[in-house]
Design a protein around this ligand. Structure first.
Ligand code: EPZ
Length: 419
């Protein structure tokens, strides 16, 4: 498999432009199949998850026209199938959004159970509980979820767990259900707001996205629209952390600073010199990082997706830092890889204790998920000597041309293709 070769140490300098949000895009494309007329989506990131989803919607019968670098038009009128194939679905978890979207279009859907994941168990019980509350029958057998309903009827649904995926999937299933649906204890991520804005532009009637209660009045039909995906706050956060970690000077553009408030607040505590503009964040360096404690929470808390990205700089701090992961049970798989590079980190339940003051040295390491992979790239930039990061297929799923973006600010990363 391909791997990245990184020679540290590196100080990043220059400008980087954020792409469109992966976690909006992977819901918007399946949702487009609920419309009767063409849907144009702008500012799509060039990532493997999007390429897989385009293959999936074409498999289901939709035509897709590429309008240039980051824009496609989906023609949903010819969608004829409600069954998604295992070999495509198994490539990305977010394919479970076809449950909500095909249930709305066909009143049924057959989707392979989403694959396992290195973040720990990722059940979909809240999705299923919500579909059943709306009147759908759900069967899980032979590794497939079969779901159908003569009529979806609005109701009140309280999520036992704050779940981005369940919030989105139940919005998709409720938009043309008969009557009113109230979703409570829902996720408030900016991507939820982006997806709700897209659905409302298609004619849905959704209020409250971004709060912990979303009200949806069912409408008769949805028509096509044009939508611009919001910037990817996690990609922006990745480059901000990389710049700070290397004591660099980097301007990150195409950012909505409000979406990163919890991150910039922590970075100031860490000792990062940064300036926040209208649609940019300028990292000017971090010569003496301070030890900090971080806890991940659903939005607007510190995002779990940036948890791994905080670890490399903590190895430079003078003192002990503690990371507590409150969202996923198994999201410390990058710790063992960082320890191979000389990091002194101890995992105790949901916390990782990072002893600072130790220099990292280059080593062969393996990415277990896209964010862990990005953290290993940052560690490679900090480390003395050569680091080889394998498992980069995980990184390519969610970061657009990551080594090209890093190399434009001085990283010197080489992508080595494995024959
Ligand atoms: C979304 O995953 C994101 N993925 C993840 O980003 C992100 O880490 C996560 O939300 C949390 O913010 C996409 O949007 C495609 P959840 P999702 O449902 O929806 C538990 C990345 O790096 N749970 O909010 O799968 C679950 O086990 C990816 O871009 C249930 O118990 O996450 C977890 O502990 C990684 N039952 C917690 O809730 C359910 O039915 C949050 O999961 C659903 C979830």
């Amino acid at each position: 498999m391909d791997h990245f070769v990184i020679n540290g140490t590196v100080t990043l300098e220059g400008e980087v432009v954020t792409s469109g949000a992966k976690n909006s895009s992977v819901a918007i494309l399946p949702a487009a199949l609920m419309a009767d007329t063409p849907v144009t989506v702008e500012n799509l990131p060039h990532i493997d998850d999007i390429f897989t989803l385009i293959e999936l919607i074409q498999y289901l019968g939709a035509e897709v026209k590429t309008n240039g670098s980051r824009s496609i038009t989906i023609y949903p009128e010819k969608v004829h199938s409600w069954k998604a194939p295992y070999e495509l679905v198994s490539k990305l978890r977010a394919s479970y959004y076809f449950l909500g979207s095909l249930l709305t279009r066909f009143k049924r859907a057959v989707i392979p159970l989403p694959g396992g994941c290195p973040l720990g168990p990722r059940p979909i019980d809240q999705h299923i509980k919500g579909f059943q509350a709306l009147g759908a029958r759900v069967d899980i057998q032979h590794g497939f979820i079969q779901i159908e309903a003569e009529q979806l009827t609005g109701t009140q649904i309280y999520l036992d767990v704050v779940s981005v995926g369940a919030t989105v999937n139940l919005m998709l299933a409720a938009v043309t259900a008969r009557g009113k649906t109230v979703l409570e204890n829902v996720a408030k991520e900016p991507e939820i707001v982006d997806i709700a804005n897209f659905l409302n532009a298609m004619g849905a009637d959704i209020v409250g996205a971004g709060t912990d209660e979303i009200k949806i009045c069912g409408v008769k039909k949805l028509q096509g629209t044009a939508h611009m995906v919001i910037p990817d706050r996690i990609e922006a956060g990745t480059f901000i952390m990389a710049a700070a970690s290397t004591n660099g000077n980097v301007l990150v553009k195409e950012v909505i600073p409000k979406h990163l408030e919890s991150v910039t607040a922590k970075l100031k505590e860490l000792g990062v010199d940064l300036e926040v503009g209208e649609d940019w964040i300028h990292v000017k360096g971090c010569s003496c990082p301070q030890p900090i404690n971080i806890k991940t929470f659903p939005y607007p808390g510190l995002p779990t997706d940036l948890q791994a990205l905080f670890m490399p700089i903590m190895t430079r701090a003078r003192g002990t830092s503690v990371i507590t992961e409150n969202v996923f049970e198994g999201r410390f798989k990058h710790v063992d890889e960082l320890k191979r590079m000389g990091a002194n980190i101890r995992v105790d339940g949901r916390s990782a204790i990072v002893e600072g003051g130790c220099g990292l040295t280059g080593a062969p390491v393996k990415a277990t998920d896209l964010r862990a992979g990005a953290a290993l790239i940052i560690a490679g930039l900090l480390a003395e000597g050569e680091t080889a990061v394998s498992g980069i297929e995980h990184i390519d799923r969610g970061y657009e041309k990551i080594e090209e973006k890093f190399n434009r600010i001085g990283a010197g990363i080489k992508r080595v293709r494995q024959e």
